[in-house]
Design a protein around this ligand. Structure first.
Ligand SMILES: [Zn+2]
Length: 102
């Protein structure tokens, strides 16, 4: 069973009808990533930094969630490399509570 990464509902595979087909979900291939450095020993060029995928995974987004702007933004951030969708918690964007002492 495949579940939507965002809302958890079950998604169905591609549905074919006589004249057309439609999908119930979108699949995003992503994963945890971390910065790594690529060093070319043959040149004096500076090392190249790149994002290395450490835990490849597929993210399933149902078409309902895919239509939501905030979900689309998360997916866009992942695709463009700004922030991996699996590297963030499901919490909202409220800043952590500050504990002022004294
Ligand atoms: Zn969903």
């Amino acid at each position: 069973m495949m579940q939507c990464f965002h809302c958890g509902r079950e998604v169905r595979g591609t549905i074919h009808t006589q004249k057309s087909y439609w999908v119930d979900y979108y699949r995003l291939h992503t994963g945890h990533s971390e910065w790594d450095v690529l060093i070319n020993p043959k040149t004096d060029a500076p090392p190249t930094r790149y994002r290395r995928l450490t835990q490849p995974t597929d993210i399933i987004s149902c078409i309902d969630c895919y239509d939501r702007p905030e979900i689309r933004r998360l997916l866009d951030d992942d695709v463009t490399g700004r922030r991996s969708i699996v590297d963030q918690n499901l919490e909202d964007d409220t800043p952590p509570e500050l504990d002022f002492k004294g």
